[in-house]
Design a protein around this ligand. Structure first.
Ligand code: ATP
Length: 370
């Protein structure tokens, strides 16, 4: 897929800006705080309806304005698609595909596929389990949009169940009410677990192959899904039973803490290199290798499943990679994956990157041809 045109209106520090992408690689060059990451964030929103930087739309709207609009024109295998996302400082979003307002925002997901790689991704190795869950969940949103609905539903049930458990401090719980919430939690949680399991099964071997290649056969990467609810096998029945047993086991603790202690909101995705947890093992360079392998695996997996190469968004990370790793990345991307790259300086780039790129200058929310 290819993003031909992006238009930003009152988005972050952009008042009104059109960007035409005229090469498979675009380098966005500018000093700090000029709007480079904001531009990638706009593409991320079109892709996942989420920003990894904020959770509130008010922050995305240009200060002093009440609405912001991101518009894009995309070419996919089957034709041209116009996308628009209207964000409001108060109130709901409006998502449009080919000028038709969507009733379900879910239908917006999966139209523009993108893999983002930023310095924050190093937290995939160093950070807490929540970071890794978010990563896998965002990948699932793109590949299987219905997952966004399932996860949302799970979070709603979890919240309701938690508020019920909190009431246990003041009054004894109605067992039938708790049982009903348990059932809903398990049914929806099982769907979450099975999808996470499936995607990690497919992603892990691809990431391992990349990692072996980048580390020149010295390291073996293992990605293991460690669900909070263990089941003997990956069938809905086995997971249901495992979930139920564990809830029974933790029931007293849950009621005294007023919190749900069992379920996929407590899952972990373990990353190990040569059988040692990557967090403990990795030097900065090794951790970068690992994250690069994960990102390359994401690109490859999305392409396999969707049938078209997704976009790659490199936010301030390329100059951080040494020339060998830069060239490895370059050889994968070729001209197949449209890539948007932000950087403060061109000095660290291999000439090969520069020769094949469109270079745009970003200054205070405005874009100029460099
Ligand atoms: N809602 C908003 N309204 C107006 N300006 C905003 C808004 N949100 C962010 N900004 C401005 O956008 C700028 C930050 O842009 P961005 O995060 O894209 O930086 P960058 O060019 O990627 O720089 P860096 O290299 O530091 O990441 C800041 O000047 C910030 O004040």
């Amino acid at each position: 897929m290819y993003l031909n045109r992006l238009h930003l209106r009152h988005f972050r520090n952009y008042r009104e800006q059109e960007i035409i992408f005229s090469a498979p690689k675009t380098i966005l060059l500018g000093d700090n705080a000029q709007g480079k990451s904001n531009l990638l964030e706009a593409v991320e929103l079109l892709s996942t309806l989420k920003s990894h930087r904020v959770s509130c739309d008010r922050d995305l709207v240009l200060a002093g304005e009440s609405e912001s609009k991101i518009t894009a024109q995309l070419t996919r295998k089957h034709g041209s698609i116009d996308l628009a996302l209207l964000l409001r400082d108060k109130g709901r979003r409006t998502a449009t595909v080919n000028r038709e307002n969507l009733k379900r925002q879910l239908d917006f997901l999966g139209v523009l596929n993108a893999v983002e790689f930023s310095a924050l991704d190093l937290d995939l190795v160093r950070g807490n389990p929540e970071t890794r869950r978010h990563w896998i969940d965002s990948l699932l949103f793109q590949i299987e949009p219905v997952y966004a609905h399932i996860l949302h539903e799970y979070q709603r049930i979890l919240k309701q169940r938690n508020s019920l458990l909190k009431q246990a401090e003041h009054r004894s719980l109605d067992p039938a009410e708790l049982e009903s919430w348990n059932h809903q939690l398990i049914i929806t949680g099982t769907k979450v677990i099975r999808r996470r399991m499936r995607i990690i099964d497919r992603l892990a071997p691809i990431a391992r192959t990349w990692h072996t290649k980048i580390s020149k056969n010295t390291e073996i990467l293992t990605i293991t899904y460690a669900p909070n609810v263990a089941a003997i096998e990956n069938t809905p029945e086995a997971i249901y039973q495992g979930f139920l047993d564990r809830l029974a086991l933790r029931s007293i603790a849950e009621q005294s803490l007023g919190n749900t202690l069992v379920g996929p909101h407590r899952d972990e995705i373990e990353l190990t290199i040569n059988d040692t947890p990557a967090k403990a093992y990795g030097s900065q360079g090794q951790q970068r290798t690992l994250v690069l392998a994960l990102k390359l695996a994401e690109l490859e997996l999305i392409e396999q499943i969707v049938g078209e190469p997704p976009l790659l968004l490199l936010d301030d990370v390329l100059a951080e990679l040494d020339l060998t790793r830069q060239n490895q990345l370059l050889s994968v991307i070729e001209d197949r994956f449209q890539t948007l790259i932000t950087t403060t300086h061109l000095g660290a780039f291999d000439a090969k990157w520069l020769d094949s790129s469109q270079i745009l200058q970003v200054r205070s929310g405005e874009i100029f041809q460099a």
